[in-house]
Design a protein around this ligand. Structure first.
Ligand SMILES: Nc1ncnc2c1ncn2[C@@H]1O[C@H](COP(=O)(O)OP(=O)(O)OP(=O)(O)O)[C@@H](O)[C@H]1O
Length: 949
């Protein structure tokens, strides 16, 4: 080996060793706690500063400083974080999205704290803990990896650790001290962070922003190891480190040389982009915590106060006015997060990149430095920059189609870092690119006025995106993605729209920021800013435009008015604690008030309730459903007769005679609209012919065109849903084998069978949420086997979920409206019809779904499904969590719908319900249909069913 190759290899080993340490720390923390610690780099930075402080400033011996830093401070930080930030979240359910937000909060807090304590300037006098011997660093990494692997594989602690990560609650029930395990994981993870920091500090710039980012860039190592394998993490780190070092000997020429050079010196960032974009997602369980997106209602007069505060700087002068110029620009950037994250529910840690691209394109266009384009006036340049950056939103929007939660966070972070490293560091960007303000707006005051006008335009755009059909669809997607898809929302297109609109707004804000500074400054759009802005928007109410304005004012005002770093530290503390309020601060306050006044049966958020419903647990008095008081007002509440009281009468009254359906000549009970509307008993005779919501046309055949609407819903064209020799697999396991069933119109078809029989898989194949490996699914004559869920909904297949899929932030009526707007037919009256049919047209219609008990939510879900006027209705365990009276009412509704010609498929464990409602029963076992026929014949021979899981 030549001496150059050898030297470069040694240098690469040194970098690889430090990266391996980071990878080990991230993997161990993740395995012990389920948290990808975004604050890892910030802890490294704090420890590096601490060692420098001990040795350089206080004159301690190196060994003493290192002992205190690595064995006391670093593990101490980990233990404190575990105890006060992450343990409370784990106890509340360990929502990965909440822990992600908390770890970003810790990152921001530590960076802000470091700026406060040590200033923003870089230090180059960090003490050297071990000589620059790469073998030594590598040996440390290898020893740690081997030791940790041995502990995890072969010790009791390792087994406990794996048990806690798999299922914390189960592990605790099994007698494992989960807190001790998590604390040990955090202490060790922080120790490795500290070690990385003190090893790197002498060779890189030690500053509050640079070092945390540098360390976090190597997160690719942990992702490549699938957050599990330490040997893979170490090997990846060392390979990239050596490759990166060897690439420095190449000196490319030509126009692409700077980019190639940037790629060569940032191989970890390239690896991060590849790992985040190309490898299968890790930790993709959740979107955003509801806490993060909970909408805080705007207090009366708040907009007037905001207007006055934003106009106030027009009276300022000098540096105050100059500083204020940043506020509207930053507010526009933060509005982009309101659209993407607040309303769309998509984590976006890379908005700073789009803001920077907006500023960069504006500067290049205004300077006439974009090839093929003339020099443009500043305002035209800004407009064109916004147009050019908008489609780049697909960089994060496209991956968001298949990624959620942590996986999406990683992608957006990777794109932010990639743009920062490969675009903002190019010669054209770093060679002092100036950016003039538009003609006529050069002065601070005039420019501020221009910014206010553009902020108004951005507010209008945000308002339009958050209102109406698009706004409701975005909120539905945020609240429950598969529920939205089942309601007919085109989730992939909507995600792209959110990211493109978000990129455009961020570019506008970024361009304004650049003009405010009169230069393109890459550090103003650093990925660390992206994390800070994300955290700020989350803590001030992600789905609140006013929150974005307040966040902008807070971030600029606090740093300018006090010391740099105060705003970051404050935002960091709030973000770290945001998950402590499982219902969001505002909801927590409301719950407390309700508990004090006895207005609500449970001080539990909808997440908790939904989770309990999913487990088949009846959460006490909240299960009042169809027969008891509904909503927070209760039976004697200020709104008078409650909606559920209305519902009980509506749904449990004997039905008006419905005309016989073509397929089922037997008279069927049908609720009458009048009963739902006013709570009165329904008329017993046939409805008047001119009654819009009357039942049964001539001969019982519904005729929507003539306005004769049985069970309130226009009769669907009789369309059977059929499967032909369906086969479905999960990783080679055959879950469905040669299943051929027909769900005929006008009948209720039930599928029963023991746990694991394949019922849900069949349901998913019909609904489009799982694709069979063989066989076809037909809707009438059409082959729909390969159509996605939302397209099937638009063709007329509606579904409900075993675990409730309502949109908690929308009201009952809005939930139903989403179904009507996205379903098979766009019938404006469908909302009212469905609400009436399910007894939801009383005061309950205006209540947010988050506040309602399960029985009501089941009706909301069913009403939403019916509002799209489906031909086929698929119901997955519709009786789960309902009491006897609610089941009886449900039975009536299902029979009535079938009587009107709808095809119904019910997957159900409740055999009484099946016996009562079904015309045909299919019994499944081991993925096959083993018996079919009428319920009286099949149920007698089917034997007892296992209870639901
Ligand atoms: N996502 C998955 N990955 C791997 N295997 C799966 C998956 N979903 C289901 N299975 C397996 O496929 C088989 C059929 O499962 P399915 O959920 O369809 O049964 P089921 O009859 O609906 O049961 P249950 O009544 O418990 O919901 C089971 O053995 C189950 O373990």
């Amino acid at each position: 080996m030549s001496s150059l190759t050898y030297d470069l290899t040694l240098a690469g080993l040194s970098v690889g060793g430090a990266a391996a340490l980071t990878g080990i720390g991230l993997v161990v923390t993740y395995r012990a706690t389920g948290v990808l610690n975004f604050a890892h780099g910030a802890i490294a930075m704090v420890c590096a500063y601490a060692l420098r402080g001990c040795v350089v400033e206080w004159g301690w011996p190196l060994w003493a400083g290192a002992t205190v830093t690595l064995l006391v401070l670093a593990p101490g930080i980990g233990v404190v974080l575990e105890r006060f930030v992450f343990r409370p979240l784990a106890v509340l359910g360990g929502d990965p999205a909440q822990t992600l937000v908390a770890s970003i909060g810790v990152f921001v807090l530590l960076v802000g704290g470091a700026v406060l304590l040590w200033g923003q300037g870089a230090r180059d006098d960090a003490p050297e803990l071990v000589s620059a011997d790469p073998w030594g660093q590598l040996a440390v990494a290898l020893l740690l990896a081997a030791g940790v692997t041995a502990v995890i594989r072969w010790t009791r602690f390792g087994r406990e650790l794996r048990a806690v990560v798999d299922d914390r609650q189960l592990a605790v029930l099994g007698g494992i001290d989960a807190d001790r395990v998590a604390a040990a994981g955090w202490a060790f993870g922080s120790f490795t962070a500290g070690l990385t920091g003190v090893l790197l500090a002498p060779y890189v710039r030690l500053d509050p922003y640079g070092m945390p980012l540098l360390v976090m860039e190597v997160v690719a190592v942990a992702v490549a190891a699938r957050m599990r394998s330490l040997p893979v993490a170490v090997l990846t780190a060392v390979t990239i480190g050596v490759a990166q070092s060897q690439l420095t000997r190449l000196h490319p020429s030509g126009w692409g040389a700077p980019l190639l050079q940037a790629v060569g010196t940032n191989l970890f960032v390239v690896a991060l982009l590849i790992a985040a974009l190309a490898l299968p997602p890790v930790g993709a369980r959740d979107a955003l915590p509801r806490t993060a997106t909970a909408r805080v209602p705007t207090p009366p007069g708040a907009w007037i106060v905001a207007l006055v505060l934003f106009l106030l700087p027009l009276g300022f002068a000098g540096s105050d006015l100059h500083t204020s110029v940043q506020v509207p620009a930053l507010a526009v950037v933060l509005l982009s997060l309101v659209v993407v994250t607040g309303r769309g529910g998509q984590i976006s840690l890379g908005q700073a990149a789009y803001a920077g691209l907006g500023a960069l394109f504006t500067a290049l266009l205004a300077a006439g430095r974009l090839p093929g384009l003339p020099r443009l006036p500043e305002l035209a340049a800004l407009t064109l920059a916004v147009v050019l950056v908008a489609p780049l939103g697909l960089l994060t929007g496209w991956p968001a189609i298949s990624r959620r939660g942590l996986a999406l966070a990683l992608v957006t972070f990777a794109v932010g870092v990639g743009v920062s490293r490969f675009v903002f560091t190019q010669p054209y960007a770093i060679s002092g690119l100036s950016l003039n303000r538009p003609a006529g707006f050069e002065g601070d005051r005039a420019y501020y006025v221009l910014e206010l006008l553009l902020l108004g335009a951005a507010l209008l755009t945000t308002w339009l995106l958050r209102r109406g059909r698009t706004g409701r669809a975005l909120a539905a997607m945020r609240d429950h993605e598969s529920g939205a898809s089942a309601a007919g929302v085109q989730v992939p297109s909507l995600k792209l729209l959110a990211f493109v609109a978000g990129a455009a707004l961020a570019a506008l804000g970024g361009g304004l920021l650049g003009m405010g500074l009169r230069a393109f400054d890459p550090s103003a759009y650093d990925p660390v800013r992206g994390l800070l802005w994300f955290a700020a928007v989350i803590v001030l109410g992600a789905d609140s435009t006013l929150g974005a304005l307040a966040a902008a004012a807070l971030l600029v005002g606090l740093d300018a008015g006090t010391r740099g770093g105060v705003a970051a530290a404050l935002i960091g503390i709030l973000a770290a604690l945001v998950g402590r309020f499982p219902e969001g601060p505002h909801e927590a306050w409301r719950s407390r008030r309700r508990r004090r006044t006895g207005l609500t049966p449970l001080g539990m958020g909808v997440r908790g309730r939904l989770r309990q419903v999913g487990r088949g647990v009846t959460p006490g008095r909240s299960f009042t459903g169809l027969t008891g008081p509904t909503g927070p007002t209760g039976p004697t509440g200020p709104t008078g007769p409650t909606a559920s009281g209305v519902a009980r009468r509506t749904l449990s009254t004997p039905a008006s005679p419905s005309g016989p359906s073509p397929a089922d000549p037997s008279p069927t009970a049908t609720p009458h609209p009048a009963a739902a509307a006013d709570g009165a008993e329904p008329p017993q005779g046939p409805p008047a012919p001119d009654d819009e919501s009357s039942t049964g046309g001539a001969g019982g055949t519904p005729n929507a065109a003539e306005g004769r609407v049985p069970t309130h819903t226009p009769a669907p064209e009789p369309t059977p849903l059929t499967t032909h020799h369906l086969q479905a697999h999960y990783n080679g396991f055959t879950a469905l084998d040669d299943v051929t069933v027909t769900v005929p119109p006008g009948r209720v078809t039930a599928v029963i069978g023991p746990n694991g029989a394949g019922k849900s898989t069949l349901f998913h194949c019909l609904a489009g949420t799982h694709h069979p490996t063989h066989g076809q699914v037909h809707l009438g004559p059409h082959d729909i086997t390969h159509l996605p869920a939302h397209t099937r909904t638009r063709l007329g297949i509606a579904r409900t979920f075993q675990q409730l899929a309502v949109f908690p932030s929308l009201t009952v009526a809005e939930n139903v409206r989403v179904g009507a707007e996205q379903g098979r037919t766009r019938d404006p009256s469908a909302v009212e019809r469905s609400l009436r049919l399910l007894g939801l047209d009383g005061p309950v219609r205006a209540l947010p779904a988050a506040d309602l008990p399960t029985g009501t939510l089941r009706r909301v879900e069913l009403a939403r499904a019916l509002a799209g006027n489906p031909r086929v209705l698929l119901l997955d365990e519709p009786a789960a969590g309902l009491d006897t009276a609610e089941v009886t009412a449900l039975t009536r509704v299902l029979k009535a719908l079938a009587a009107d010609g709808m095809a119904l498929l019910v997957v159900e464990h409740d055999l009484d319900l099946v016996a009562d409602v079904a015309d045909t029963v299919h019994v499944m076992a081991a993925g096959r249909i083993i018996a079919s026929g009428p319920p009286d014949r099949v149920l007698d021979t089917a034997g007892p069913q296992e209870p639901p899981a």
